[in-house]
Design a protein around this ligand. Structure first.
Ligand code: HEC
Length: 190
């Protein structure tokens, strides 16, 4: 499948102005200049369709790197992309660290089990375990999160649920990647 993303534009300038105007319209007492800090981001990707925007965001957001086992390896070693029908099915190799062990969720199932508003709320709160890049989702505008939702939801349910996360100290029963700083050999030998 060939993907044509055309017409991707940032509407930041326009929206910043619109935002400032609406603040004034609402009688914002001091009419402070709008900043991104602490407010919902207003930049978004504009593609031909919302699904195209979602696919683009998933690709550049690196979501496949963790949620699609073998995705990076196949692309880097063979130059061939994994078929979209296999994307985002989750992984059973976990990441261990001070948070316990987390497993990249099967997003094909997750997105069938929540609606768009629930996904946006989850992204805004960003209270899951590392190494899921929650700050990246938090930094996305509602429009971009809606596009991701529309896209992943459109892929439909597939695959099995990822294993449940383990609490700190619990022993994993399968291979996992340790996200713990390792001392260089010279220091370790001392
Ligand atoms: C570095 C690895 C990594 C990357 C990259 C990554 N994720 Fe995750 N993701 C995880 C892990 C691990 C979890 C499980 C977190 C937990 O157990 O709390 C997760 C959980 C989630 C969840 C919660 C699912 C549920 O049912 O609770 C969503 C939604 C999600 N990721 C979306 C995304 C999206 C969208 C992207 C791309 C923008 C992305 N992830 C990129 C590792 C990653």
């Amino acid at each position: 499948m060939t993907t044509h993303i055309t017409n991707i534009r940032m509407h930041a300038a326009f929206l910043a102005v619109a935002g400032a105007l609406s603040l004034q319209a609402c009688g914002g007492a001091t009419a402070a200049p709008t900043t991104e800090t602490g407010s919902t981001p207003t930049q978004f990707v504009n593609a031909e369709t919302q699904i195209d925007a979602g696919r683009y965001l998933v690709k550049i957001g690196g979501c496949n790197d963790c949620h699609t086992p073998g995705y990076v390896e196949k692309l880097m070693m063979t130059g061939e992309a994994m078929p979209e029908s296999d994307w985002l099915k989750g992984a059973d190799i976990g990441f261990s660290g001070p948070w316990g062990v987390s497993y990249p969720s099967n997003l094909r199932l997750s997105f069938q089990n929540m609606d768009e508003a629930q996904f946006i709320e989850m992204a805004r709160k960003g209270q899951g375990r590392p190494p899921m890049p929650w700050p990246s989702l938090q930094a996305m505008s509602d429009q971009d999160l809606s596009a991701i939702y529309a896209y992943v939801h459109s892929l439909g349910a597939a695959g099995d649920p990822a294993p449940a996360a383990l609490s700190p100290g619990a022993a994993p029963d399968r291979p996992h990647i340790a996200f713990v700083p390792q001392a260089p050999a010279a220091q370790a030998a001392k």
